[in-house]
Design a protein around this ligand. Sequence first.
Ligand code: ADP
Ligand code: MG
Length: 276
Amino acid sequence: MTALLTVSDLRLRYPGGGFRKPSPEVLKGVSLEIAPGETLGLVGESGSGKTTLGRAVLGLAAPTGGSMVFGGKDITRMPQRQRRPLAQDLQVVFQDPYTSLNPALQIADILSEPLIAQGVDANEARKRVGELLDRVQLPANAAERYPREFSGGQRQRVAIARAVALKPKLIVCDEPVSALDLTTQARVLELLIELQRSTGVSYLFITHDLSVVRHISHRVAVMYRGELVETGPVAEVTNNPKNEYTQRLLLAAPTADPDRQRERREARRQLLAAAG
Ligand SMILES: Nc1ncnc2c1ncn2[C@@H]1O[C@H](COP(=O)(O)OP(=O)(O)O)[C@@H](O)[C@H]1O
Ligand SMILES: [Mg+2]
C-alpha cells in the first residue's frame, strides 16, 4: 500500500544563530512513513525533536533539508495559502486543551468554525456539531457551553471533535493525553482508537510516555537527539529493542510491579556499567 505520509531525510534548524554561530540542527535527517489507517508512535525524551517533527508536518516549522510527501503532494515547502485546502486532510490535537481552545467561543462555534471555513452552511454545521459531540461522547448541551466549564479530559474530547470534523486522513497528536490523569488518559486513548476504527484516520502520535505508545500504536519510531534510532512494530520495539537508547528509555519507564521494578533497576545498572 502506498504511504499516506512519507518523510525523507528531513532536516531542520530553527532560524537564529547567524553566520558565525549557526543554530543547532534539531532534526538530523529523519525518515518515516505512515500508512492509511495506521498509528505511528513517536517516542523520545524531552527535547529530542518530536514536537518539531510534528510542526514540520503541519507546516508550522520550515525544514532546511529533505522532503515530505502527503497524499501524493510534496508539502516540504508549500506556502501557507496552498496549505489551506490541506487542512481538510491534516489536523492536529495538542497537549494542552486549555490553550488550544478559544476561551471566548462556545463549543458549538469552536466545532463549526472549521466546517464553515470549508464552505459548509450554518444549518448543516449545527447538525454536524451535534453528531460530533455524540462521536466524542459529550452531551448535546455541551454545544452552548464554554471551554472553561469542562474538565481537562472533556476539553480534549472537544479538541478531538474539532480535529475530526473535516474527516481528515492524518491527525498529528502531540502529547494529547500527557496532561490528563491515568483514568482519563485511558478513556481518551480508547476514543482515539475507536475513531480510527470507524474512520480509517492515521495518527502520528507523539509522546514521551512508552505505556501510552504501547497502547495505541501499530509501529513505533524512537527519536534521540534529532534522529530516529529505531523504528518497528510496537511489540518488537517495546519487547525486544535493538537500539541501546531504546533499551534505556524502556528501563526508565515506570512500572507498577515491584518485582519488575527491581529487575529494571538491575538491568539499568548493568547497562550503565557496560556503557562505562
Ligand atoms: N521555536 C523554537 N526555536 C528554537 N529552538 C527550538 C524551538 N522549538 C524547539 N526548539 C529546540 O529544539 C529542540 C527540540 O525541541 P522539541 O521539538 O520541542 O522536542 P520534544 O518535543 O521532543 O520535547 C530543543 O532543543 C528545543 O529547545
Ligand atoms: Mg514536545
